[in-house]
Design a protein around this ligand. Structure first.
Ligand code: MEV
Length: 439
């Protein structure tokens, strides 16, 4: 296929046509792009203007986890999720814990950071002496940019110089701390950083003849260890009775602790353990229009902060009390970005009773802990496949284009049997052959 320039100048229909003309899609399948357009023109425009080279909408199911009690308040939590059984498992955990005091959560801090990365080829001492003299000017340079944010309780809270010359010759950072109220704040932070960097450039040109400040880049950091949420579950060990009939509460608690300890010492298990946490967190972040790539990158770096990648949860069994805790950075917002324009995000925020950013951090973290608790509890008892494949049966039925009568027969046949694609395919084949013979 020849390289193409000007694709972005085409309209949506022309872009789809180009894909069809290049034999990458048959035109009857291309029709699907139209099928998934929003019926209202205004709404459709919102989607088409959200990204570049737009060709269509990509539906992902949205469901809710019920009975989520967080700090004594009950929530219905919207999940956008393509994986079956995640919502069922999180709902089971939410109800189980609602009857045992629910989730508790706190946000110790919401500081976000960004850096101006630059080189200085003079003496380290000179820039270190000079910097305190100019930091006031750097604050002032952003005054008009930060005015509205300051009115909302945010703004720049600190500007400091960091000497990195031992790691890279002549390399320094201006490390800037921000509070961004209920916004995730990426645009605000980057705009301020670019202003600070151009101000630094101007000041240094005026003040130094021979030595130079060379700006490399100015950008927020998605690593946000000071924008942290902590949430936990706690109950007397004997109250763990009830998740699984076959396991005593003591054995359940012991195996649970062993599985979390394994995630803390073994990277193979830690990654999967943390993926289970993100089943809940990312589903809420998608539903509320937040940047889940940024938070994932941050949390995985946080999981490695001691030089070894670990599970993000810890468990304590002390004085016959079971405590299970999740702590992770989560820089998210409830205003700005697509929160005000995506119709489903508006619905999610309404269902969540319009939380502020701090509360949304606690909700998302609790969703993560619910998913993770359910996963571990299943893994140490029945295994996850039993529940998972039962839920996956719907997908298999759809893949095999089962009609309602076939679906009913298959569901009842597999009620007490293990589900696999091959077993269902074989069974539906038998049904269809029998049906043909009877015709
Ligand atoms: C599947 O989406 C998530 C799990 O693998 C998580 C885990 O193993 O803890 C079940």
């Amino acid at each position: 296929m020849a390289l193409f320039s000007g694709f972005s100048k085409l309209n949506r229909e022309q872009r789809i046509d180009y894909i069809v003309q290049n034999s990458l899609l048959i035109s009857s399948d291309a029709q699907r792009f139209d099928d998934y357009c929003a019926p209202e023109e205004n709404q459709q425009r919102v989607y088409s203007e959200m990204i570049e080279n737009y060709i269509g909408n990509f539906p992902i199911p949205m469901g809710v986890v019920t009975n989520m009690v967080i700090n004594d308040e009950t929530f219905i939590v919207p999940y956008v999720m393509e994986e079956s059984s995640v919502i069922a498992a999180a709902s089971k955990a939410a109800k189980f814990w609602a009857e045992r005091g629910g989730f508790k959560a706190t946000v110790p801090g919401m500081v976000k950071k960004g850096q101006v990365h630059f080189t200085w080829n003079g003496k380290p001492q000179s820039i270190k002496e000079f910097f305190p003299l100019i930091s006031k000017k750097l604050f002032e340079a952003t005054n008009t940019l930060t005015e509205k944010m300051r009115q909302r309780g945010g703004g720049i809270t600190a500007i400091q110089l960091i000497d990195k010359t031992e790691e890279l010759p002549d390399y320094y950072q201006v490390d800037v701390s921000f509070e961004t109220a209920d916004a995730m704040g990426a645009n605000f932070i980057n705009t301020c950083l670019e202003k600070i960097s151009s101000e630094m450039q101007d000041i240094s040109e005026l003040n130094f003849d021979e030595c130079r400040v060379e700006i490399i880049m100015a950008i927020l950091s998605n690593y946000t260890p000071e924008c942290l949420v902590r949430c936990w579950l706690e109950c007397p060990v004997e109250k763990l009775e009830g998740w699984n009939k076959e396991l005593s509460y003591n054995t359940f608690a012991t195996k649970f602790k062993q599985s979390v300890d394994i995630a803390n010492l073994d990277i193979s298990r830690a990654v999967t353990h943390n993926k289970g946490i993100f089943n809940g967190i990312d589903a809420v972040l998608l539903a509320t229009g937040n940047d889940w790539r940024a938070t994932s990158a941050s949390a995985h770096a946080y999981a490695s902060r001691e030089g070894k990648y670990r599970g993000l949860t810890t468990v304590r069994l002390k004085d016959k009390i079971f405590t299970y805790e999740l702590e992770l950075p989560l820089a998210i917002g409830t205003v700005g970005g697509i929160t005000g324009i995506h119709p489903m995000v508006k619905n999610s925020l309404s269902i969540l009773k319009y939380p502020d950013a701090e509360k949304l951090m606690m909700i998302a973290a609790s969703a993560g802990l619910a998913s993770n608790f359910a996963a571990i509890a299943s893994l140490i008892t029945t295994g996850i496949q039993a529940g998972h494949m039962k839920m996956h049966l719907s997908n298999i039925l759809n893949q095999l284009s089962a009609n309602p009568l076939e679906s009913e027969k298959i569901r009842s046949y597999f009620f007490d049997k293990s589900v696999s694609y091959t077993a269902v395919e074989e069974f539906i084949g038998q049904l269809r052959r029998k049906n043909d013979l009877n015709k």
